[in-house]
Design a protein around this ligand. Structure first.
Ligand code: HAM
Length: 442
């Protein structure tokens, strides 16, 4: 049997776990600053939860099977349907707007490539119960602030956003038939990742003339700097103008929340449509500036999902930020150097008879919140000192028979090798009272 993990799955050795813990710590800290509270749901859900609304792409990647009770179940590939189910179940009891976050592990049977695995951890931040565009602004500000808190700046990342209502009005103004819109979405979603000729081909298959297809693509590119109204010119309808007004309010709110720098990050781009089927309004993705990696984060408004899943009419919006692409980006910038946790003390004895004293000292230090290790079997002092250094201890407490008799021990600092002899009782008292009742030091 192989000792490796399954393809697309990761082992988290302590170094990798420390990196993962660092990412989760920043996520939790920023989510708290934005007043989101943490929740979780089951990792296994009825398959139907995803076939209803998530869209073909994700349904094709499900880890699904029939359980022993004959139920069709799937490992969660995303969190949003679970959130919709949970909020819908208690819709009237929950204070609105609901501001929740979660860090689930998700499973998708993807073709493995850079930045894509078959499991990943994904921060989900969602607001339920608010239609105003200021909620959209709050959300994207939170996502950008997350990335910023990791140490990334405007040279490292960009938030590209659009609005499906703006896109729909834009397509209508260009004479694209309603029934063709989903196929056009799929082409736009891949516009930057496939050659222009392929995009034109696909649009023609969807029913556009080659000229209309080329014109559409040119205008989508032209919208990047100027917005869709600039790209449409006199063809812009009242519906397009109205949809664009919402986007302008959004941009003003984001600038207020993030300060002047927001303009450096936030770019309107009609080709951002998102792969999931349930989005209805503003959608956004965060990318590295060099566009070497896939999106770090993606989200948007999905006002119809709670209705489809739980029969309640509640607007909702949110985003997901994965640990894989983010981790790659941070590692490349040297922002992920989080070593194994520090050991505060190693307690060493230069005589095997002192093992009970070593244990009692460990107990007292641990009760005062310090991390403590010692040799689990009798060893020569020199070996213990070596082990302490290998473990990365900051201090070694050395117990010698005569000193212990006098209530004393030697403390050696491992950074500069300096030593001092202390009265054990006084030294412990200087660290504060024990947090748990441990009895007296023996
Ligand atoms: P998503 O775009 O499918 O959205 O995923 C969000 C982020 O999760 C991606 O930008 C990417 O960083 C990461 N991600 C997704 N799949 C993988 C994978 N196979 N390997 C590594 N990382 C991955 C959603 O899932 C939406 N449910 C997010 C959302 C929440 N929308 C509203 N609320």
């Amino acid at each position: 049997m192989s000792t490796g993990a399954l393809p697309g799955f990761r082992d988290f050795y302590p170094q990798e776990f420390a990196e993962r813990a660092h990412i989760a710590r920043v996520w939790r800290d920023v989510a708290r600053r934005y007043a989101f509270v943490e929740y979780d749901g089951p990792p296994l859900e009825p398959t139907e939860l995803y076939t209803k609304k998530s869209g073909e792409e994700i349904v094709g990647q499900l880890y699904n099977f029939t359980d022993k009770g004959g139920r069709a179940v799937a490992l969660r590939p995303e969190m949003t349907p679970t959130l919709a189910r949970m909020v819908a179940a208690r819709a009237s009891a929950l204070r609105k707007p609901v501001r929740w976050f979660s860090i689930p592990q998700l499973f998708r049977y993807e073709r493995q490539q850079r930045g894509r695995l078959r499991e990943h951890f994904q921060l989900n931040v969602d607001i339920v119960g608010e239609r105003d565009v200021s909620a959209d602004a709050e959300l994207v500000a939170c996502a950008a602030d997350m990335v910023r808190t990791f140490g990334l700046g405007p040279d490292d990342f960009v938030v590209r956003f659009s609005d499906r209502r703006v896109l729909n009005a834009f397509l209508a103004d260009l004479g694209v038939a309603q029934g063709t819109v989903p196929a056009v979405y799929a082409v736009l979603d891949k516009l930057d990742r496939q050659p222009a000729a392929v995009s034109v081909d696909r649009l023609t298959t969807a029913g556009l003339s080659p000229d209309a297809a080329r014109d559409l693509i040119a205008r989508v590119h032209a919208s990047k700097g100027r917005g869709p109204l600039g790209a449409l010119g006199p063809a812009a309808s009242a519906a397009s103008v109205e949809a664009w007004e919402t986007v302008e309010r959004y941009q003003t709110s984001v600038a207020a929340l993030l300060g002047g720098a927001a303009g450096d990050w936030l770019e309107f781009d009609l080709s951002i449509v998102r792969g999931l089927a349930y989005y209805t309004g503003i959608v956004f993705e965060i990318f590295d500036r060099g566009r070497e990696l896939r999106a770090v984060c993606g989200g948007g408004r999905y006002d119809g999902l709670l209705g489809a899943i739980g029969g309640v009419d509640l607007p909702a919006l949110g985003f997901g930020m994965g640990d894989v692409v983010l981790g790659e980006l941070l590692r490349a910038r040297g922002l992920l150097a989080h070593g194994a946790p520090m050991l505060d003390f190693w307690v060493a004895a230069d005589d095997p008879s002192l093992v009970p004293e070593v244990m009692a000292l460990a107990r007292e230090l641990r009760a005062r919140g310090r991390s403590v290790e010692y040799a689990l079997r009798p060893q020569a002092l020199a070996r213990q000192l070596k082990a302490a250094a290998a473990a990365g201890a900051r201090y070694i407490v050395i117990a010698r028979p005569a000193a212990v008799e006098a209530g004393e021990a030697t403390i050696r600092a491992l950074d500069d090798g300096s030593e001092e002899t202390v009265k054990i009782e006084e030294w412990l008292a200087g660290m504060g009272r024990p947090e748990t009742s441990t009895g007296r030091h023996g």
